[in-house]
Design a binder for this molecule. Structure first.
Ligand code: HEM
Length: 356
């Protein structure tokens, strides 16, 4: 095994463990009675999903692209932070390691920005700064509730930046760039405002999110590539519902943002974005990202649509259950959300072929 793979494989192993731990914790949070674990995992669900799993994956992807050894410190630190949470070590250890990892990601983007100062890199850099801010609020603040909107910002801006990076063929016109910049600015100003006036800030951010969703729906190449076939069409079929979820999530932030801190309505506020937008994007991008970080190719198969349809359908039911305050229905719909993710993972493994 090459030296570089010897670094990447343990990081990827941590990413997978963080995801599995987060899913287990999600089922506990839904109210399913699972065999007790020696560690109190349920409270770590959000942090494991956002930082242990996705944050570490984003750091790894960027470290691979940068091709600098020092850059691997970022995924190593946030991956270790995820392990610390999984092992039930004192929370400050995991939180500090993840915060250090997120600072590493800002440094990676600062480096990329010097070479390539473009709108996509600026957007992703802003996303990484939001991750650091959320982590500092989580480490030092009174409640995780204040960190979550910043974590959402991290994932949403990272994905939006990646879409622009991939859609560059469309050559954004000045007008569309301006609308994009306005949407991101409204969202970001809302987050900063939330530090002083939580409710007003989140409502303003919600407006930015819905605008960003509309922008992606209008300008992303997915609207054209949905007419193609095979993998290209599948990716577009993941992205388009994701953008609709972003618009819906933004609307929920406008209505309920800052008024709810737990329970079913709060669940809808978070998971329209985290499952609807973020996971739809992951389903779509995984066949491109996995071969970029591992020496394997993913062969497209129509069965990729099975978890996609399951995720979308079960999420519609979950958000309906949330808004109707129907806990038993949410439990079942959430279980199917988890199944959709597990089938998606199984599909990826089944379709992976070692690259010569
Ligand atoms: C796979 C299906 C998922 C299920 C079944 C699930 C379930 C839950 C539940 C029941 C809650 C508590 C909500 C309440 O207060 O009642 C929660 C909170 C949360 N979830 Fe999820 N979730 C899932 C996926 C995700 C994903 C993919 C992310 C992020 C990418 C995420 C991030 C969060 C965050 C940040 C919180 C709030 C912080 C916390 O309490 O840990 N969830 N989730």
């Amino acid at each position: 095994m090459s030296k570089i793979m010897a670094v990447r494989i343990p990081i990827l192993a941590r990413v997978i463990f963080a995801l599995l731990g987060a899913l287990w914790a999600a089922l506990m949070r839904l109210g399913w009675q699972l065999p007790p674990l020696p560690v109190p995992l349920a409270t770590q669900h959000g942090a494991l999903m956002i930082s242990g799993f996705l944050g570490t994956l984003v750091c790894l992807e960027r470290a691979v692209a940068l091709q600098k050894k020092w850059a691997y410190a970022a995924p190593l630190l946030s991956g270790l932070g995820g392990v610390a949470l999984l092992m039930g070590l004192p929370p400050e250890i995991g939180r500090s390691l993840i915060t250090l990892g997120s600072i590493g990601l800002v440094l990676i983007f600062a480096f990329i920005y010097r070479v390539h100062p473009s709108i996509d890199v600026i957007t992703m850099t802003l996303g990484s700064v939001m991750w650091v801010t959320g982590n500092l609020l989580w480490l030092l603040g009174p409640s995780i509730v204040y960190a979550v909107p910043w974590w959402a910002g991290f994932l949403i801006l990272t994905i939006a930046g990646e879409r622009i990076e991939l859609s560059r063929v469309l050559m954004l016109k000045p007008r569309s760039r301006t609308i994009f910049t306005i949407a991101v600015a409204i969202f970001s100003i809302g987050l900063v405002l939330s530090l002083a006036v939580f409710e007003a800030g989140l409502k303003l951010s919600g407006l930015g999110l819905s605008l960003l969703g509309l922008w992606l729906l209008r300008y992303d190449i997915a609207r054209h590539t949905i007419k193609k076939t095979g993998l290209t069409r599948y990716i577009a079929a993941c992205l388009l519902p994701g953008y609709v979820w972003l618009i819906v999530g933004g609307a929920l932030w406008i209505v309920y943002g800052g008024n709810v801190f737990a329970g079913l309505t709060y669940d809808a506020l978070l998971h329209t974005l985290f499952l609807g937008f973020v996971f739809s994007m992951i389903f779509g991008h995984a066949p491109i990202i996995v071969p970029a970080v591992m020496p394997i190719d993913i062969t497209y198969h129509w069965r990729f649509y099975i978890p996609l349809v399951l995720l979308q359908a079960s999420l519609v039911v979950r958000i309906f259950a949330d808004l109707m305050l129907n806990q038993p229905l949410r439990m079942w719909a959430g279980l199917f959300n988890v199944l959709a993710i597990l089938i998606f993972l199984g599909n990826l493994i089944w379709s992976a072929r070692r690259r010569k």
